[in-house]
Design a protein around this ligand. Structure first.
Ligand code: MF3
Ligand code: CO
Length: 252
């Protein structure tokens, strides 16, 4: 079932989404060789709590014995998503994807962004650029009257034209009173198919783009997803709202 949000609910979501955007902005200045992903995680958690909000990912999961343990997902190089912050130090030349979710007033916001650590290769810079562009190509299609796979197809086309691949085993999602709601939003698909988009739907659109093959592996920690071929991957995500006109980015 797809939840249509009222104007009042969207106002509450904007508050959670603002905090998400501020966390990503705050972390930019700290993403440098030498910092640990755990330190980034602490900075994020402290900021979220200072805003009277809660980290959305901490304690999330289906497996009660292995709930997600941190505020951020920090995924380096061949890690696609859901990398767990730890004591590893960032190194020059890596790329790091940071995903953050916030819950406030019972509503969620979710966004992600990939960053270069110091100076990185031209091909990695191109991966970051193409992935971010593909997110905006998808958002552009998030309009009342379009269908959900119009978003998917736009992402896929932009990525594949650039010679990269979209991950197929993970999807974007509706978001609101739950971190994950219907519909699922794949990053590949046929235009003109899938559910009809309507004003008041709030969606987390999140292309995960691999430099090599789209195949991924699920690591034994129960969370970290890596590329199967060991090549780098990037991830950009925004929470958006479908309106009567332009899509509105809530995590800007
Ligand atoms: N942005 C990701 C998602 O929407 C992050 C989830 S991390 C988790 O699926 F720990 F909460 F699963
Ligand atoms: Co998400």
């Amino acid at each position: 079932m797809i939840n249509i949000k009222t104007r009042e609910e969207i106002i509450l979501m904007k508050e959670s989404c603002r905090i998400v955007a501020e966390v990503l902005k705050l972390l930019v200045t700290y993403i440098k060789p030498g910092i640990t992903t755990k330190e980034l995680d602490e900075l994020a958690e402290n900021y979220i709590r200072s805003q009277n909000a809660e980290p959305a990912f901490k304690g999330y999961g289906n497996d009660k014995k292995n709930l997600y343990p941190a505020t951020l997902c920090t995924s380096i190089d061949d890690e696609v998503v859901h990398g767990i912050p730890d004591n590893r130090r960032l190194e020059e030349g890596q790329i790091i994807s940071i995903d953050v979710g916030v819950k406030k007033n019972n509503f969620y916001g979710d966004a992600a962004k990939s960053f270069p650590v110091g100076k990185v290769s031209e091909e990695k810079m191109r991966l970051l650029k193409v992935t971010e562009e593909s997110l905006y190509k998808g958002i552009e299609k998030a309009r009342a009257g379009n269908r959900v796979h119009d978003i998917s197809a736009a992402v896929q086309k932009h990525v594949e034209n650039a010679g990269f691949s979209v991950v197929r085993d993970l999807v974007g999602h509706g978001i609101g009173r739950n971190l994950h709601e219907d519909p699922q939003i794949p990053n590949y698909g046929e235009t003109g198919t899938g559910i009809l988009l309507k004003p008041g739907m709030t969606l987390a659109i999140e292309p995960m783009v691999n430099m090599g093959s789209y195949k991924v592996k699920f690591y034994s920690d129960g969370w970290t997803v890596t590329t199967a071929d060991g090549k780098p991957s990037a991830h950009f995500e925004h929470t958006i709202c479908i309106t009567e006109s332009e899509p509105e980015i809530l995590t800007k």
